[in-house]
Design a protein around this ligand. Structure first.
Ligand SMILES: *Cc1c(COP(=O)(O)O)cnc(C)c1O
Length: 400
């Protein structure tokens, strides 16, 4: 029996060395490594700036706060995602509005989004699922333009934007691209995750970038400084600057949050970034091998390269047509007994206690439910060997 984990982190001597150097440097929290990582993340995303924080969740909450979204506002997102895409709406006190997917697709239905828009809608959160850029940003931008007359700005910044804000939960999608645009340049704001299971990890961590579309609401420098303020207690002078001789003075402009990235995390991220092209190449290679092996089987697989859109190869989603969730769960258990760990992405939010208690009913999300009903996600990661993958293919093929 060969053991195959689902998504272990890929840590080499380079990462260990980079982290050790920071530990020995005398500066372990936000400092030069975080600033360097931010520059390289921005470079990779072709954006002017990036702000690195403690998680994608923190990036999303800070973004909603910076746009002044809160109680009395509505924010639309998809029923087919991880809880974080929606919990951030609750964190700022706004009301989440969930919409269904397109029939037969994992992606949020833009026409359902249009119907869900009211005069209270302040933002739409899209998910770049499995590492592929959401396919309908162009349509969404048409919709928010068409709905401009309905939009009621709650503050000056929203008034300058003059429409509903579009934010990407790009937790999966760092490095994805479509035509000449990188993930991070398309939605108004994009929030990436560097959590341990993601393509590029800092153990825990995230980054936010913003596109040229929102230039009018403030300069890149202003926005960046605002993320720093929001993520470091609202304190007007960062710890690093405070180390300058005699400069102790600081102010706090509001009782804000604490969700900065440490230099230990950033050093790990910088080491991963150096290898990231290789990581992507390997993931695409593994996807190609899965796709080839499963061609002609009674299996639907997620399309990672579609037209000019190329995912970063984050998750290998499959669906077994005609099978029930119960049958799929039995397959997951049988695979686990034979050493192979698989997963499900995702149980639609209305099936989770938290969202059911808010009044969401899975009966209103038949398309999301149908996608979930027979979904199984296969192992896909940098250090998955050819031999391990062949073993997964051999076992899984028995069931489809
Ligand atoms: C992992 C994940 C998140 C959360 O990322 P964190 O960095 O852990 O906050 C958000 N959305 C989706 C779709 C995710 O998979």
């Amino acid at each position: 029996m060969i053991q195959v984990k689902f998504s272990p982190p890929d840590i080499t001597e380079k990462e260990i060395q980079a982290v050790t150097e920071v530990l020995q440097s005398g500066w372990i929290t936000t400092g030069p490594k975080t600033k360097e990582f931010e520059q390289q993340v921005a470079q990779r995303c072709h954006t002017a700036r990036a702000a690195c924080l403690s998680s994608a969740t923190a990036c999303m909450v800070m973004t909603l706060r910076i746009m002044g979204i809160g109680p009395g506002d509505e924010v639309i997102t998809t029923a087919y995602t991880y809880t974080a895409s929606c919990s951030v709406i609750c964190h700022v006190g706004a009301v989440p509005v969930l919409v269904d997917t397109i029939p037969g697709s994992f992606e949020m239905d833009p026409e359902q989004v249009e119907k869900a828009i009211t005069e209270k809608t302040k933002a739409i959160i899209c998910v770049d699922l499995a590492g592929k850029i959401y396919s309908y940003y162009d349509r969404l931008y048409e919709i928010v333009e068409e709905k401009k007359a309905l939009f009621k700005p709650g503050n000056e910044r929203q008034a300058v934007l003059g429409r509903i804000m579009v934010m990407a939960d790009g937790a999966h999608a760092f490095g994805a691209f479509k035509k000449d645009k990188m993930c991070g340049q398309i939605a108004d704001f994009t929030c990436f995750s560097f959590h341990a299971v993601k393509n590029l990890t800092t153990a825990e961590g995230g980054a936010v970038t913003w596109s040229e579309k929102i230039g009018a609401i403030g300069s890149d420098e202003e926005l960046y400084e605002e993320y720093m303020l929001y993520s470091l207690h609202g304190q007007s002078k960062a710890a690093l600057e405070k180390t300058q001789a005699g400069a102790w003075e600081y102010d706090v402009i509001a009782p804000l949050y604490k969700c900065n990235m440490t230099d230990i995390q950033a050093a790990l991220g910088l080491a991963q970034l150096k290898r990231y092209d290789k990581i992507l190449e390997r993931r695409w290679e593994l996807i190609h091998r899965y796709d080839t092996a499963f061609a002609g089987k009674a299996l639907e697989v997620f399309c990672h390269h579609e037209g000019e859109s190329h995912s970063n190869g984050h998750l290998y989603l499959t669906r077994l047509p005609g099978k029930s969730r119960k049958e799929c769960n039995a397959i997951i258990a049988a695979l686990a007994e034979q050493g192979v760990i698989t997963n499900v992405h995702y149980k639609p939010l209305p099936l989770l206690t938290a969202y059911r208690k808010m009044g969401f009913d899975i009966a209103d999300y038949p398309n999301a439910y149908a996608q979930f009903e027979n979904e199984i996600t296969l192992p896909l990661y940098m250090c998955l060997t050819d031999e391990q993958q062949e073993y997964v293919i051999r076992l899984f093929s028995k069931y489809c």
